[in-house]
Design a protein around this ligand. Structure first.
Ligand code: UDP
Length: 464
């Protein structure tokens, strides 16, 4: 049996968790004598190409294995319910996988994300350390720690609370801004998330994809008063590093090559974000009225804000839903990319000067790492909380206000896009702050930096 400590990593379905967990594994095995196996739950369909390309790009001391498919998935339910179903459904195969890994390696720990906590008991059967990989930020973790108390003290839905909810070490939120899993207290998703929050104190450690200096106060409060004995490790900003540099360069990058430096606003709503027809029209008109260059990754409209979560693709031709004549009128300064674009490459391109984002945490970190100032347009998950932290606490993004029907109107879009891209007073402020934070984030992940120190502490814990 190999004597190097080995860890099993169990990401739940969806690229948003696999990517940072794989990056975490890479850093750990690169800098410490540790190896890893990523255990991938499946649902019977062929693994998505994006998933395979991440797995195939990993170094040889990070292995991966696919679990047997979980079948008969529930239909017409929220993505979180499907993910929880898959993670429950693959428990016995996780057990088999751990048993097989244990026979080959010195298996010491299981690392899972928020949906994988159901595997904690299984991992204890093998005497493994239990680590939670928290792909959100320290604020969201602090909120998760306070959830059991909030649950006890509140009757009814949080969205009806007459007072704001103060997250320890961070800002206050209106109940309706709290993360999606806690919005309907009677449903399975809430019960699952509450259960996770109650299990936090049983964990051996939590890796947070953020960095000490970005959320200094929140990490301080987490360690001092909130997390108790559970160790909290900031290990970010981890974003996907190996994004296929093959000869088939995406057309949109060639288009960017011809645009002036810092002149283009990227508009993208993550892997699953969708807008209503009305909202798509307002956005199109707002972009047009701003007179600025833009690259918009467009999906077919949907009334549900996360309709593309599993596929990352639109079901219909998205361009048919744009306002009449929009493409022709903006042909010289706008590019529409249907469904999916190489976001990191776009953000790292010289021509990109702003990012209108749904505030998914991966997108936010990608923007910070590449020094691109943001306009926050949260849609679902914990994005409303992220947006508030980015705009109110950290000054890294400008905010778009919605009207009484929840629509962001074209005049508002025009004004905020101009503020950022023309570098008005507010725009200048966030551009300056973002530059500073970018450089601090890079330091965190360089030798001796705060996140690298966390990795060393984790390695020490694994080797004990
Ligand atoms: N992404 C991409 N192209 C797209 C849309 C998204 O490469 O057209 C990537 C993006 O770079 C990020 C991830 O998908 O790494 C989205 O993660 P995030 O946490 O921002 O949002 P989610 O998709 O989980 O809502």
């Amino acid at each position: 049996m190999e004597n190097t400590p080995h860890i099993a990593i169990l990401p739940s379905p969806g690229m948003g968790h696999l990517i940072p967990m794989a990056e975490f594994a890479k850093r750990l095995v690169e800098h410490h004598r540790i190896s890893a196996t990523i255990i991938i739950p499946t649902t019977g369909t062929t693994p998505p190409k994006a998933q395979l390309s991440v797995l195939e790009s990993l170094p040889e001391n990070i292995h991966h294995l696919f679990l047997p498919p979980v079948e008969r998935l529930p239909e017409n339910v929220r993505p979180e319910i499907i993910i929880s179903f898959i993670m429950e459904g693959c428990l016995s195969s996780v057990k088999d996988a751990l048993s097989s890994l244990k026979s080959k390696w010195k298996l010491v720990a299981l690392v899972f994300d928020m949906f994988g906590h159901v595997s904690m008991e299984v991992s204890k059967e093998f005497n493994l350390l239990n680590f939670l990989f928290f792909p959100m930020n320290a604020m969201a973790l602090s909120f998760t720690f306070m959830l059991p108390k909030l649950d006890e003290e509140t009757s009814g839905e949080y969205k009806d609370l007459p007072y704001p909810v103060k997250v320890p070490g961070s800002v206050s939120f209106h109940g309706r801004e709290l993360m999606a899993p806690v919005q309907v207290r009677t449903d399975e998703v809430y019960k699952g998330y509450l259960l996770l929050s109650k299990k936090l104190s049983l964990l051996d450690g939590i890796m947070v994809n953020s960095f000490e200096e970005l959320e200094e106060e929140t990490f301080r409060v987490l360690r001092g008063e909130i997390a108790g004995k559970t160790l909290v490790y900031p290990i970010g900003p981890l974003i996907q590093s190996d994004t296929n540099n093959g000869p088939d360069r995406h057309e949109c990058l060639k288009w960017l090559d011809d645009q002036p430096s810092g002149s283009v606003l990227l508009v993208s709503f993550g892997s699953g974000g969708t807008l209503s027809v009305e909202q798509i029209h307002e956005l199109a008109h707002g972009l047009e009225m701003s007179s600025h260059r833009f690259l918009w990754i467009v999906r077919s409209p949907s009334e549900a804000s996360n309709a593309s979560f599993f596929t990352g693709a639109s079901q219909n031709d998205p361009l048919g839903f744009l306002p009449e004549g929009f493409l022709a009128r903006t042909v010289n300064r706008g590019l529409i990319v249907p469904s999916w674009g190489p976001q990191i490459k776009i953000l790292s391109h010289e021509a990109t000067g702003g990012f209108l984002t749904h505030c998914g945490w991966n997108s936010t970190l990608e923007s910070i790492v590449h020094g691109v100032p943001m306009i926050a347009w949260p849609l679902y998950a914990e994005q409303h909380m992220n947006a508030k932290v980015m705009t109110e606490a950290l000054d890294l993004a400008l905010r778009l206000e919605t009207d009484e029907n929840g629509i962001v109107r074209k005049e508002v879009i025009e004004k905020v896009v101009k503020e950022l891209m023309d570098q008005g007073d507010e725009g200048k402020k966030i551009i300056k702050k973002l530059k500073e934070v970018k450089s601090i984030g890079m330091k965190a992940l360089s030798n001796g930096g705060s996140s690298m120190q966390s990795l060393s502490k984790i390695a020490l814990q694994l080797k004990k």
